[in-house]
Design a protein around this ligand. Structure first.
Ligand SMILES: N[C@@H](CCC(=O)N[C@@H](CS)C(=O)NCC(=O)O)C(=O)O
Length: 318
């Protein structure tokens, strides 16, 4: 089986989430380091316009969003599981909660401390892409609000750990732990001792963080972006199950579609090849990456016909 290839950068909290999943599953994987902000000319041929980081490549299949990356790692490497005790739905929903509610406030707490060292290009890029200002001034201005937000979220984590369990859903680590951990890891890594003053890192939370961190990163070895593109070019995408007849999108295989994301405006386009309750898959072609299948989770992503996507653009321009 092809080794998983992660396109990521070390600073990325969502990248850390997947690196820990490799550790939990004891996997050997290849690491392609991407720039922290675009242009990313060596990733674009693989992602059909999806802009976020990380993405997982296995041969000519590209998996976007850590929610789907986890589901795919679980399908290919089921043990040890990321969804113990048959709690896949609960772990996925808790992951979504943690990912979407803590990332921006926690990252802003970190930039309120280290913001002077953040390159202006990064700040401009993220304002344009996320409508979020990570400059030191803005982060200091919003510090009180963000401390309240993250502290409230951490109190739920403390509640879950109160009975002495090792991980959020019981004795084994789950997707929920990795999702709740990665933004707190980012704050503690960058804000140092200040983090402990600003947020309720209680002994129980710190011990839980140590247990998550001890999962490690598996066996990482570097890969050049050029080699990752060659691997994609030389592989065939895996067969898919096609588009279910009653798919809620109302779309059919072979249609050119746009993928809308709930939290950004990435211009993602391709030919729909599969849609089921778990994922949307589009075909994308480029000279450097060949033919790839780009996979998205259903949660947070919708497929619309090209005409509907163009109508949205026209409406936005009007
Ligand atoms: N829902 C996405 C969120 C990923 C995300 O926001 N990643 C950040 C980096 S940690 C990002 O893409 N930032 C913009 C960029 O790197 O271009 C996921 O779970 O993968």
């Amino acid at each position: 089986m092809d080794q998983p290839i992660l396109h990521h950068y070390d600073l990325s909290p969502f990248g850390e989430k997947v690196r820990l999943a490799f550790g939990h599953k004891g996997l050997a994987w290849r690491s392609v380091e991407t720039p922290i902000w675009p242009p990313r000319p060596d990733t674009v041929p693989l992602t059909a316009g999806y802009r976020r980081s990380p993405v997982l490549q296995i041969g000519a299949d590209i998996y976007c969003d850590t929610a789907l990356i986890f589901a795919e790692l679980e399908r290919r490497f089921p043990e040890p599981t990321l969804y113990p005790g048959g709690q896949a739905g609960l772990a996925a929903i808790l992951s979504w909660w943690a990912d979407t509610t803590t990332f921006l406030p926690a990252a802003s707490i970190a930039t309120s401390i280290i913001g002077d060292g953040v390159p202006p290009e990064f700040i401009e890029d993220r304002i344009a892409f996320m409508r979020h200002d990570f400059s030191k001034d803005a982060s200091v201005r919003d510090l009180s609000v963000n401390r309240q937000r993250v502290s409230a979220q951490m109190s739920h984590l403390a509640d879950m750990l109160r009975d002495g369990r090792a991980f959020l859903l019981g004795p084994g680590a789950s997707a929920a732990d990795l999702s709740a951990y990665h933004t707190l890891w980012f704050v503690r890594t960058h804000a140092g001792a200040e983090a402990d003053r600003l947020l309720p890192f209680t002994p129980a939370i710190l011990q839980w963080m140590e247990r998550v961190s001890a999962l490690g990163h598996g066996e990482r070895s570097p890969l050049s972006a050029e080699d990752a593109l060659r691997i994609a070019r030389e592989a065939d995408p895996e067969p898919t199950g096609g588009v279910a007849v009653d798919d809620p999108s109302g779309l059919e295989a072979g249609e050119t579609v746009a993928i809308r994301t709930d939290d950004a405006n990435d211009p993602i386009r391709g030919v729909l090849v599969a849609a089921d309750p778990r994922e949307l898959v589009i075909r994308h072609e480029s000279e450097r990456g060949g033919t790839v299948h780009v996979h998205f989770p259903r949660f947070g992503y919708s497929a619309v016909s090209e005409e509907a996507a163009d109508t949205k653009k026209t409406a936005a321009a009007a």
